[in-house]
Design a protein around this ligand. Sequence first.
Ligand code: ATP
Ligand code: MG
Length: 285
Amino acid sequence: MEKLKIAVQKSGRLSEKSLQLLKECSIKLTNGNRKLISVSSNFPIEILFLRDDDIPQSIYDSVADIGIVGENEFVEKNYPLKIYKRLGFAKCRLSIAIPKTENFDSLEYFQNKKIATSYPFILKSFLKKNNINAEIHQISGSVEISPGIGLADGIFDIVSSGSTLISNGLKEVEKVMDSEAVFIGNPNIKTTKKEILEQLLFRINSVQQANSNKYILLNVPKGNLDEVIQIIPGMRSPTIMPLIDDEWCSLHSVVNEQEFWEVIDQLKSAGAEGILVAPIEKMIL
Ligand code: ATP
Ligand code: MG
């Protein structure tokens, strides 16, 4: 039977979350990520473990059908591939930073300056769009030390908390793009493989829905039921169950976890008690 080949980062910031996502989709893999290839015993996929830099090209060359990479890597490599799904993890941004002691007013600062980066394509397009004529110095690792050793005036690199910048005496002055892990693939995938991909995306959607929603149960005095139903966001038709105590009932529903926390105080003042919040494993819409 035909298998969908998925390229996943061998070891790095994307690896664990990528495998976890497949696991949450109930996909079993026969061996760990030590091997180059892993096959699933219960879903028609094969995992290829590669360096993230090599994933876009491996898909372009049809070595893999789809892959999970940071959007930054996908945009930088600039292959004619398509994003099938945004995955919401490995969130970071690509920004330009300069020594913190420098004054910065506008991008004009970078005219005729030198910027070190591992993302020359993205930086070049950004500078061109803003009519800045700066020299791009391409290096592959430890970009953040280059201003300190006199290699460049600024850097263009991945930022998440900003602590690496701070510890290298740098400050972020311009965000160029946001990034997160994405599922990429050739725009034209042959029908048999497309069907497997669609099943996989369906499972991922169910997992993502489940992760952001919770099953809630609360006891409510019957007289306050309408008020409570108004408070809980997005609740269309909650289940109401009787309790031994005739004055009370139990209300069950599914709510977005974030929205739920925003209304918890209102629920309590409307008399809700015994509030339980339980995880949902899969949510099929
Ligand atoms: P490889 O050895 O596979 O080439 P790498 O060193 O190039 O790995 P990692 O550091 O593992 O790459 O990062 C992989 C991706 O994770 C990045 O391209 C980016 O999208 C994302 N990422 C990197 N740093 C962070 C961070 N601090 N927070 C969140 N996401 C990040
Ligand atoms: Mg890499």
